[in-house]
Design a binder for this molecule. Structure first.
Ligand SMILES: *[C@@H]1O[C@H](CO)[C@@H](O)[C@H](O)[C@H]1NC(C)=O
Ligand SMILES: *[C@@H]1O[C@H](CO)[C@@H](O)[C@H](O)[C@H]1NC(C)=O
Ligand SMILES: *[C@@H]1O[C@H](CO)[C@@H](O)[C@H](O)[C@H]1NC(C)=O
Ligand SMILES: *[C@@H]1O[C@H](CO)[C@@H](O)[C@H](O)[C@H]1NC(C)=O
Ligand SMILES: *[C@@H]1O[C@H](CO)[C@@H](O)[C@H](O)[C@H]1NC(C)=O
Ligand SMILES: *[C@@H]1O[C@H](CO)[C@@H](O)[C@H](O)[C@H]1NC(C)=O
Ligand SMILES: *[C@@H]1O[C@H](CO)[C@@H](O)[C@H](O)[C@H]1NC(C)=O
Ligand SMILES: *[C@@H]1O[C@H](CO)[C@@H](O)[C@H](O)[C@H]1NC(C)=O
Ligand SMILES: *[C@@H]1O[C@H](CO)[C@@H](O)[C@H](O)[C@H]1NC(C)=O
Ligand SMILES: *[C@@H]1O[C@H](CO)[C@@H](O)[C@H](O)[C@H]1NC(C)=O
Length: 870
């Protein structure tokens, strides 16, 4: 996504660069192909959407050509209050839809909550909090009159530890992402807001992968079929299964074909195999063609403009889509499906009944301003009504921030702190940015307490409760040195505890911070602002040091983690607005830490596979080939037998837990292949004749806003197009290979939202009793990993996370029995020949490991013989 500030820069680059000069494509490595898959499957064939599709079809059958094309695209960048504003069809009661960032809260708004981002949510390993935050987000978006929430992000998956936007998602594992994403979606959509799962797919680095121009040549992520299914597509499948109403396609290409016009990805994988019933939108300016993207399955162009030079009133769709339908190049059938998918989502979440209209403006904080900031001349009016949508959501935000805090190290019971401890606090990250908490546009700086990364996935803070605020509020005894260089005037007194705050940031590519163009290019995996040196210097002077880290992802800790005075380390992730009190509750022991790492912390960056490094600039199209396959993050460390500093899932507590009484129950008997998929239900049918050209004529007396995108054509243009469409002799559109208009029955792996419903049959139930064996109250996390039977013909990672559960706060001695499950899909591999999920050894002994971290699994349950060993 874009901001107004970065817009001019990109505009100038685009204008000064003659795209024709250099257009050499570095070949996609042999073997990677982007097969054609046409046509786009009609939406509406699953029972759970049939009522909404029926309602939508009644509307669409009354819509004119220009009305249909108007709802499939935005009215232009900066042409309304939201980051995306579709055209309306007011004659039929269809309003403009407001689409708004972002995954952690309402971007560039007021009186909103700045929740902790996805990575922090993932670290809680708490399904209830995941859903509760989703509900709260939904309530805020609805309260501001937003129809479509542009979140959650489950891609990038976190393959590249330096990748700029990993923090917007839930962690470097497909199952953790899947629970984070689908529970967020269920929460958001429970209050009638359409959620948008993004970004499909394999958008694992920021630099060179964005809206295509010669400086950003749209990286090709080359991914094999099995890896795509078992890692990157997995969280999207679960999101679709949860009924997500919208999906955003990513900027990059897959196998050389831009995602926004990749028919295999949208038509086949998403809409046929996964049975997605909502609508697909482009990422902002990711669309690079008109007819081709429509045929490949794109349903909505955002923000509506062409990507090379936005803001001149040009679009690939809107009036061009009207033209493409009249001239016969885009089948009427495809346009009907696009409009139906969008309106079915609108009905599915009840937005046809009393849905609020926008009462805020993402372009300004002022009460009044231009209604169309992107227009040359715009009427002005009231744009911000300052509606407070926060309710009691700060409590949910604080609970997430607190329950994510991950205790990495705690020797000599340094933590929790006694109330009367004298603290010496170091590091600018402990206190708010002195320039103002919202002084950097889209949080594009790392100054003061780091509560979130930067870019379109950020929000303005209503306030930021910093760690220093937290210390002040509880009258702690502390002295604060607001510097990242060790101060000469700091001398320890006996009994002093030093608290050192360090941070690492990243974000979206349209902003560069300290030489980091989104990705952590310059900073690497190191703490920013010489944080390592600060810790070392403090540790040299003080004998009892606690390090608090605010970070977007893994950082290297080797230069200080084993220093004798570094006694405790807390990873507080990105806490959002509630940084201070959340941390205080853990530091002073009112709450025992219960977060766990949503990624591995390595000892050295060299411990990762070479292929997950950032890809550099290439003239043409940089190639990013995922040859490590399934072996990312802990899957790789385990396979290579590399001991990380802290394993995926690691997280200590002030108390200790014992796991006992494990049991496994067979629920659904397994077969090598899942039962045959259900056939598709009926979908709406329409008149597919090309409509009369008059349906696209400009109304005579319409007063246009200059540069606004409309769906109408001049009469002459419409007539010329219609003539082409009605002619058997004029040149036909050069359709891509494999283009067809015959609807298919769908792949064997499909059948419902998320895929063949039998994939989600529970194969085994597991239960485990967790007892607080220590003397402090706390919550425990139980993680479940699957190991495939030995001797199967598929190479599989040693263990893979498949489920998790978290206890309530357990008092000393108290127990809770947790339920977990594994599904048929959890025990399957994607067979690229059969194009299906198969159980590689039906009678084989799966190892189902349960414990507190990926390297601390004390319980093994097996499926043959059925039983558990502690
Ligand atoms: C990419 O190419 C690989 C190797 O041919 C193939 O298995 C996979 O299905 C392709 N994926 C897409 C999305 O085109
Ligand atoms: C398209 O949407 C715009 C913005 O709401 C509206 O002004 C215009 O009348 C709509 N066009 C049609 C054909 O309804
Ligand atoms: C129809 O119009 C579209 C949009 O301008 C254009 O891309 C396409 O080539 C046209 N088709 C024909 C057959 O002229
Ligand atoms: C802090 O309080 C505890 C009792 O809660 C007491 O034993 C200890 O001496 C106090 N320490 C200091 C430095 O005042
Ligand atoms: C053992 O687990 C079962 C569920 O499998 C549960 O009903 C029972 O209460 C547990 N026993 C103890 C002692 O916690
Ligand atoms: C499996 O667990 C679920 C959820 O706890 C429960 O509803 C179901 O009855 C269990 N099935 C069997 C066969 O134990
Ligand atoms: C289908 O649409 C065409 C073009 O608008 C029209 O001429 C025809 O009468 C319609 N057919 C039916 C059955 O309504
Ligand atoms: C435009 O003309 C139509 C009929 O020709 C009329 O119904 C409509 O009210 C007019 N709109 C405006 C804005 O004058
Ligand atoms: C389409 O072409 C036929 C003859 O080829 C003509 O009779 C008919 O009027 C044309 N229709 C339109 C809408 O131009
Ligand atoms: C609490 O348990 C820890 C070990 O788990 C022990 O060192 C400590 O003495 C215990 N404290 C109390 C008050 O029992």
């Amino acid at each position: 996504m874009y901001s107004l500030l970065s817009f001019c820069l990109i505009l100038c680059l685009s204008l000064s660069a003659s795209a024709a000069v250099i257009d050499r494509r570095i070949a996609v490595p042999s073997g990677y192909v982007a097969p054609p898959y046409y046509p786009t499957p009609h939406g509406g064939w699953t029972a759970d959407w049939s009522v909404s599709y029926h309602k939508a079809s009644l509307l669409v059958s009354q819509m004119t050509l220009a009305e249909k094309t108007n709802v499939t695209a935005g009215s232009g960048i900066f042409m309304g209050r939201c980051v995306g504003n579709t055209g309306s069809a007011l004659r039929l009661g269809i309003p403009q839809l407001c689409l708004q960032d972002g995954p952690l809260g309402i971007r560039n708004a007021d009186h909103n909550t700045a929740f902790p981002p996805g990575i922090t949510v993932g670290a809680t390993f708490d399904k209830d909090l995941m859903r509760a935050r989703g509900v709260a987000l939904g309530e805020e978006f609805r309260g501001k009159g937003i129809n479509v929430h542009l979140g959650p992000s489950v891609g990038p998956l976190g393959r590249k530890p330096r990748g700029g936007r990993n923090w917007e998602g839930f962690g470097a594992d497909p199952v953790l992402q899947a629970f984070g994403g689908s529970l967020t979606i269920e929460g958001v959509q429970s209050v009638g807001v359409i959620a948008t799962v993004k970004h499909l797919i394999a958008n694992e680095q920021e630099m060179y992968s964005r809206m295509k121009n010669i400086f950003q040549p749209e990286i090709s992520s080359n991914v094999d079929d099995r890896t795509l299914h078992e890692l990157y597509l997995w969280p999207f499948a679960e999101s679709v299964r949860s009924g997500v109403g919208a999906l955003m396609i990513s900027y990059n290409a897959v196998n050389g074909s831009a995602c926004s016009q990749n028919s295999y990805l949208m038509n086949n994988l998403l809409k046929d195999e996964l049975g997605f019933q909502g609508f697909v939108m482009s990422d902002w300016l990711a669309q690079i063609s008109g007819v081709a993207s429509a045929l490949a399955g794109l349903d909505m162009s955002m923000p509506g403009d062409i990507n090379e030079v936005p803001l001149i009133g040009s679009s690939y769709w809107m009036y061009e889509l009207s033209r493409s339908v009249l001239n016969g190049s885009v089948p009427v059938d495809r346009l009907n499906d696009m409009a139906t998918r969008i309106l079915a989502s609108w009905y599915q979440f009840g937005q046809d009944r009393n849905y609020p209209t926008p009462n805020f403006d993402t372009n300004t904080q002022d009460a009044s301003g231009p209604l169309y900031p992107g227009a040359l001349f715009s009427p002005s009016g009231v744009v911000n009504q300052f509606v407070d949508v926060r309710a009691t959501h700060a409590e949910i935000a604080r609970a997430v921030a607190r329950d994510a805090i991950t205790l990495l190290k705690n020797t000599i019971a340094t933590l929790p702190l006694a109330k009367n401890t004298t603290l010496k606090v170091f590091g600018t990250d402990a206190e708010k940015n002195p320039d103002g908490i919202n002084s950097c546009s889209d949080q594009g700086c790392n100054k003061g307490t780091l509560g979130m990364g930067w870019g379109s996935g950020s929000a303005r803070y209503p306030y930021l409760d910093s760690p220093i605020d937290g210390l002040k509020a509880r009258g702690a005894k502390y002295q604060f040195f607001n510097t990242d260089s060790f101060p000469s005037n700091s001398n320890p007194n006996p009994g002093d505890v030093a608290l050192v705050f360090i941070s690492a940031d990243s974000g979206e590519n349209y902003i560069t911070v300290d030489g980091n163009p989104g990705d952590r290019t310059n900073a690497g995996l190191n703490a920013w602002h010489n944080g390592d040196k600060l810790v070392q210097d403090v540790a040299a002077k003080y004998s009892n040091v606690i390090v608090v880290v605010h970070t977007v992802g893994p950082i290297l800790m080797e230069s200080w983690i084993d220093l004798p005075s570094v006694n405790a380390v807390l990873n507080a992730h990105l806490p959002g607005q509630e940084a201070g009190e959340a941390l205080m509750q853990v530091l002073f022991g009112e709450v025992s830490p219960s977060g766990h790492l949503p990624y591995t912390i390595p000892k050295s960056e060299a411990d990762y596979p070479d292929t997950v490094s950032l890809v550099g600039f290439e003239v043409g199209q940089p190639q990013d080939t995922f040859t490590e396959g399934l072996y990312i993050d802990y899957r790789h460390f385990n396979q290579q037998n590399i001991k990380p500093r802290f394993a995926f899932g690691h997280g200590l507590s002030y108390t200790t837990f014992s796991f006992s009484n494990a049991s496994i129950t067979a629920v659904t008997p397994l077969t090598s292949l899942p039962p045959t998929r259900p056939i598709k239900g009926p979908t709406p049918s329409y008149n597919t004749s090309i409509p009369p050209a008059s349906e696209a004529y400009w109304p005579d007396n319409f007063s246009r806003i200059w540069r606004y995108l409309y769906s109408w054509l001049d009469k002459n243009d419409a007539d010329v197009a219609a003539k082409i469409g009605n002619s058997s002799t004029s040149a036909k559109y050069p359709y891509p290979d494999g283009c067809s208009t015959d609807q298919k029955p769908g792949p064997v792996a499909g059948g419902a939202q998320g895929g063949n419903p039998a994939l989600f049959d529970v194969a085994y139930n597991l239960s485990i009793t967790v007892t607080n064996a220590g003397n402090i109250s706390g919550k425990a996390v139980s993680q479940l990993y699957v190991q495939f039977p030995v001797g199967i013909s598929f190479d599989t990672p040693i263990i893979q996370l498949r489920d998790f559960a978290k206890t309530i706060t357990l008092a000393p001695g108290q127990s809770q029995t947790l339920q977990m499950r594994v599904t048929r899909k959890d025990l399957s591999v994607w067979d690229v020949v059969q194009q299906n999920w198969i159980i590689p050894d039906v009678g084989g002994d799966y190892g189902i490991w349960i414990g507190e971290a990926s390297d601390s699994l004390s319980v093994r349950c097996g499926t043959s013989p059925l039983g558990c060993v502690m």
